[in-house]
Write a protein that binds this ligand. Structure first.
Ligand SMILES: Cc1cc2nc3c(=O)[nH]c(=O)nc-3n(C[C@H](O)[C@H](O)[C@H](O)COP(=O)(O)OP(=O)(O)OC[C@H]3O[C@@H](n4cnc5c(N)ncnc54)[C@H](O)[C@@H]3O)c2cc1C
Length: 681
């Protein structure tokens, strides 16, 4: 990072924390003395950088969104029934442009490019989110399951019509009784050797499928997850294609469907419940990429261990998770665009002048509220870009080793959790930052809040996902990783000496890396510059290593004392989740630092370095108690970090509007005439 162009704030350019000496020089004066020059942002160039390899795809989606922008109003004015139909129509019309089928093989009318399909989906999050989720259900979940879990005859039978939207379907995994714990599903598919069919049954009330998108009205087929039973033996959860409705939309015999009713948001998506009463489907309807049943009733799979088979199967479905994380990050961009632009026009109270009221964005607190969130949005954007590229390589067969796949799964889980939590937090802060105006539906926040809320839950509950991240860390994605459930992980960790755990964890190299880049024994954290990315990364690496080792120690101690492994795990669980979070925070910062480091020198690099520093120091500041507790942050240095954050916010303030403009959210999707064309003519 070009620390020479972004000098740290000196004591004189920042008034000290409350009670300090008032500042006499303006920031501009201090900046010119220190050699700092405000960067000019070339907005189109920054948009090109953000759009990356898939600029063309993203622009196609932007054009489509603008064309259907009236749907944002329809969401408020139409009945639920009419709005669902409208959303379906828009989805089908978008499908006709090729936008939604980019991830499918070309021979079935797709674009043959996984990375492009993720970029298209993320960009769709600038618009109405019912459209986004309906696209996700039809092409990501339903289509993705047929593509990834099925074999050629399934592809031949369904993909072409599925890609155009002629064949609508749903992904029926969750049951009322079980969402996160998919291995415990209650739906059963029993093989009947006499007729060579599977018989699908909802075994008890809590085993009804629930919250299933497209189920209440539009799905003709379902990919249904059920326990496979052959000759009295259970082989765990497998996926089956089950017809739900005929061509005229009538629900078929043996199937019962109920509407989930009105939801907190996403009311353009028809979520529903499904019951199966002895529904017979042909043997070929088992999606058999990983396991099959012969006509004579013999179960066959190349993956012997049932746990491993199950996790391998689920692992192929992570694209949806990656897409939802990216959509959350892009929804946050919409909120920030509105709040930053409004704050750059809206005035309230005289402050620095007696005749003119101050712009909201000139208030230190307003900068503090919005700009770290803006910086984090950029950080998550680049982390998501790396993740999407990795997923593209793995799913396209460029990267095939198992370790890389497991790492990718953990990274997808963690980035989804951080991205969607970030959306929830950012949208709320931006709503408040727009005051009463933020509460009016025309200004977008009502829909953004209501529609993105559930992103933290579907495609994997965030807390449960961070646990998955930690499991990978504690076992270094060992070959046994995919065989393990929670208790298996505890047994694995406790079976090793703590030192071995640390050696075998994915963070074993972190401390060495800290020492390599920041020599100076244990003093590195006191001597390094706050704006030195090596320092910032070393802090996050130290935290991660320390937390993971701490979890391992606590797990072992509990087991050594003879406690029940489940009880030990439960007591340590907050620590486990903290390990997962610390790991993903480190990956996010690494992605941002790598992105900025690779840029040629110039104003764009300076601007992104400001954002990267602000993000890094905000992450450290947010957990300053932990760093102080662990001897890595003195009181003086902690205060210096807060000062530096204030200074970075002031440096970013003049370019803040350019930085949100670079997201290139189409004007039509922002609506908000009162926020964007303030004051009224
Ligand atoms: C609008 C919407 C659309 C959906 N669409 C679909 C769809 O199309 N297809 C589909 O199959 N599913 C769908 N779902 C279901 C969704 O994926 C699940 O709701 C989700 O996986 C969470 O499962 P759950 O609701 O059973 O929550 P639970 O798993 O019961 O979780 C409840 C709470 O308990 C916590 N918790 C759970 N396990 C643990 C643990 N081990 N340790 C600590 N805490 C824990 C969680 O963090 C969470 O806060 C949808 C849901 C919604 C709301």
């Amino acid at each position: 990072m070009a620390t020479d162009t972004v000098p740290p704030s000196s004591a004189e350019d920042v008034p000290s924390v409350p009670g300090g000496t008032p500042q006499t020089d303006t920031d501009a004066q201090v900046e010119s003395r220190s050699g700092y020059r405000r960067p000019e942002v070339d907005v189109p160039a920054l948009t090109r950088l953000l759009d990356g390899r898939y600029a063309e795809v993203r622009n196609l989606v932007r054009t489509n969104l603008a064309e259907y922008s009236s749907i944002l109003e329809d969401a408020e004015t139409m009945s639920v029934g009419d709005f669902r139909e409208r959303v379906k129509d828009v989805v089908l019309e978008m499908a006709a442009t090729g936008q939604t089928g980019m991830g499918f093989p070309e021979e079935y009318g797709g674009g043959g490019d996984i990375g492009a399909s993720i970029a298209a989906f993320e960009t769709l999050a600038y618009g109405d989110l019912s459209v986004l989720v309906k696209v996700g259900v039809q092409f990501g979940l339903f289509g993705g399951a047929i593509l990834q879990l099925g074999s050629k005859h399934h592809h031949d039978a369904y993909l072409e019509d599925l890609v155009t939207g002629k064949l609508m379907g749903c992904f029926a995994m969750t049951e009322s009784g079980h969402g996160s714990n998919v291995q415990a599903l209650g739906t059963v598919a029993t093989y009947d050797v006499a007729t060579q069919e599977f018989v699908v049954t909802t075994t008890h009330e809590a085993a009804r499928k629930d919250y299933i998108g497209n189920a209440a009205e539009h799905a003709r087929l379902g990919v249904v997850f059920a326990q496979l039973e052959v000759a009295g033996e259970s082989h765990g959860v497998h996926a089956f294609v089950v017809p739900l409705r005929d061509e005229d939309g009538h629900v078929l015999d043996g199937v019962r469907i109920e509407d989930d009713g009105r939801k907190m948001g996403l009311n353009g998506v028809d979520n529903g419940r499904i019951w199966f009463d002895q529904v017979r489907i042909p043997r070929e309807n088992l999606l058999n990429r990983f396991a099959d049943v012969t006509p004579a009733g013999v179960y066959e799979s190349a993956i012997e261990n049932p746990n491993r088979r199950f996790f391998t199967m689920l692992g192929t479905l992570i694209q949806g998770r990656v897409c939802v994380g990216g959509a959350g990050i892009n929804a946050a961009k919409v909120a920030l665009t509105l709040a930053v632009k409004y704050a750059n026009k809206r005035r309230q109270f005289e402050a620095t002048s007696e005749d003119t009221e101050e712009l909201l964005l000139d208030y230190g607190m307003h900068q503090r509220r919005l700009l770290p969130l803006l910086a984090r949005t950029y950080a998550l954007h680049f982390a998501q870009e790396e993740l999407a590229a990795q997923l593209h390589d793995v799913l396209s067969g460029v990267e095939q080793d198992e370790h890389t796949q497991r790492e990718l799964e953990a990274r997808a889980a963690g980035t989804k959790a951080l991205g969607t939590w970030h959306a929830t937090r950012t949208i709320q802060e931006c709503r408040e930052a727009c005051g009463g105006a933020g509460y009016l539906s025309v200004n977008r926040f009502a829909a953004l809040k209501a529609d993105t809320d559930v992103f933290t839950t579907f495609e994997g509950d965030n807390t449960v996902l961070l646990q998955l991240v930690a499991k990978g860390l504690l076992t270094d994605y060992a070959s046994e990783f995919s065989d393990m459930d929670q208790l298996g992980m505890v047994r694995f960790v406790t079976g090793l000496a703590v030192e071995t755990v640390i050696e075998r964890t994915a963070v074993n190299k972190l401390l060495e890396r800290i020492r390599d880049v920041l020599p100076g024994g244990d003093e590195w954290d006191q001597d390094a510059g706050l704006l030195d990315p090596d320092y910032q990364l070393a802090m996050l690496r130290f935290r991660e290593e320390h937390i993971v080792a701490g979890v391992a120690r606590r797990l072992k101690r509990g087991i050594d004392r003879g406690m029940n492994p489940g009880e030990v795990f439960s007591r340590v669980q907050d620590h486990v989740i903290a390990a997962g979070r610390a790991h993903v925070e480190r990956l996010v910062l690494e992605a941002f630092v790598a992105k900025t480091a690779a840029l040629p020198d110039g104003d764009q690099k300076v601007a992104l370095n400001l954002l990267c520093d602000l993000h890094a120091l905000s992450v450290i500041e947010a957990d300053r108690a932990w760093f102080m507790e662990h001897g890595r942050l003195s009181v003086a240095r902690s205060k210096a970090i807060s000062r530096e954050i204030g200074s970075l916010c002031r440096k970013l303030r003049p370019i803040a509007e350019d930085l949100v403009d670079a997201f290139a959210v189409p004007r039509e999707m922002l609506r908000a005439p009162d926020l964007l064309e303030w004051p009224p003519a």
